[in-house]
Design a protein around this ligand. Structure first.
Ligand code: HEC
Length: 379
């Protein structure tokens, strides 16, 4: 049901790829989701298996092939810090109250990408009667401007742009990357855009990032992996959670890059990619896919995640050339039904358990101006 063809995707010039789809109905789980693994001949990273991870697939959680049940960050339940709703989160609310009546709903505003200075100037000049908004503070106008942004483009992470991402838990800047976790046992970290990002009408977006999973822990075993996540809880979510730092963050949607086999999660192996939702990394509903490369081998992997309002696709490649990337997953999913707002935090969570590895994210691009083919060529 989620084969590439079944999702209605055609590859053009070998450039379409990936990925994921999800069914919210429990009945869609299990046998669903198998990417064919055969259609991406031009690609350098191909899904190598039919999907596995059917519910109750015989794993009892006791035969953990490496370290026992405590890896994968344990079963931590409270991956969020729901007390924090940042000041900036009011950007969409402020827009609704003060601008929407004249400039359309936020996601389709006629003032997308207007800067705080431009908004202030229009207020000062009483353009179209906007003078009545003179009571808005500079901070509130900035929040509105943040909500009107349609792109993020971060080729590398450093002190000059470090305020764009909120780093939590073990996450630090390291060598132009965000290092979600060090190669140490039992850590959890996350990095989310400090300001929520407004998804396009129909909740659409394109994202690109790259990652490198480096040195491993005991006997060079690698754990646990990380999650590309969208959530509406807080820019500080995921600092303490288990389950790849994603545990308990709800509502949420993510794609996990999992390098440790936790039988209790129906993990197929120690090298899989899967859709995850609402703070759970169990694979009962969404079948994981195993890429042809070993994600934790220290190589840098490039990932495109695209949502057109109906289907999520995940593409991966060993270079930043999208045209030769592989479609790992393509799954139908309704983000509208997960999020009640189009104003969401984008970012990453990661964790280590008794086994560990460094987990770095090296670039991040995002747009709400959905384009078929995503960031192609990659930034
Ligand atoms: C009472 C209606 C009204 C409200 C409320 C209003 N505007 Fe406007 N605004 C206008 C009109 C009319 C113009 C001039 C025509 C145009 O540019 O759309 C304008 C112009 C602007 C401009 C300058 C022109 C440009 O595109 O650079 C900006 C920026 C702007 N508005 C942003 C906002 C923001 C942000 C809000 C909410 C804080 C807001 N407006 C609230 C009616 C309104």
């Amino acid at each position: 049901m989620s084969s590439i063809d079944g999702c209605g995707f055609r590859r053009s010039a070998g450039s379409f790829l990936l990925f994921m789809a999800l069914c919210l109905l429990a009945g869609c789980g299990g046998g669903g989701g198998g990417t064919t693994g055969t259609a991406n001949n031009n690609s350098t990273v191909t899904p190598s298996n039919e999907s596995v991870g059917t519910p109750g697939n015989g794993s009892t959680g006791t035969t953990n092939d490496s370290t026992g049940p405590t890896s994968n960050g344990g079963t931590g339940t409270t991956g969020n810090d729901s007390t924090n709703v940042s000041v900036q989160a009011s950007g969409s609310t402020l827009y609704q109250a003060n601008c929407q009546g004249c400039h359309q709903p936020l996601a389709s505003s006629t003032k997308l990408n207007k800067t705080a200075a431009e908004i202030q100037a229009a207020i000062t000049a009483n353009t179209g009667g906007m003078g009545s908004l003179a009571t808005l503070s500079a901070g509130e106008i900035q929040s509105i401007a943040d909500a009107l942004k349609t792109t993020e483009a971060i080729p590398s992470f450093n002190t000059t742009n470090s305020d764009v991402f909120q780093l939590n838990g073990s996450a630090v800047l390291s060598n132009n990357n965000i290092r979600l976790t060090p190669n140490e046992q039992y850590t959890a970290g996350s990095a989310f855009l400090a300001n929520p990002f407004t998804l396009g009408s129909n909740f659409v977006f394109n994202a690109y990032f790259n990652f490198t999973l480096g040195a491993g822990g005991r006997s060079n075993r690698h754990a646990d992996g990380f999650v590309f996540a969208l959530q509406t809880v807080s820019s500080k979510a995921g600092a303490t959670g288990g389950n790849l730092g994603f545990g308990g963050i709800k509502p949420s949607f993510g794609v996990e890059f999992d390098t440790f086999k936790n039988d209790g999660n129906n993990d197929p192996d120690n090298n899989h990619v899967a859709i995850v939702t609402n703070g759970s990394v169990q694979h009962a509903a969404f079948a994981p896919v195993t890429p042809s490369v070993t994600m934790s081998d220290g190589g840098t992997y490039h990932v495109w995640i695209d949502y057109d309002g109906a289907t999520v696709e995940v593409h991966m490649n060993t270079t930043n050339d999208r045209s030769t990337s592989s479609l790992l997953l393509a799954k139908a999913i309704d983000l509208k039904s997960i999020f009640s707002t189009q104003y969401v935090y984008f970012g990453f969570t990661g964790a280590t358990g008794i086994d560990s590895q460094t987990q770095d994210v090296g670039a991040f691009y995002l747009t709400s101006n959905y384009q078929t083919g995503g960031f192609s060529p990659a930034p």
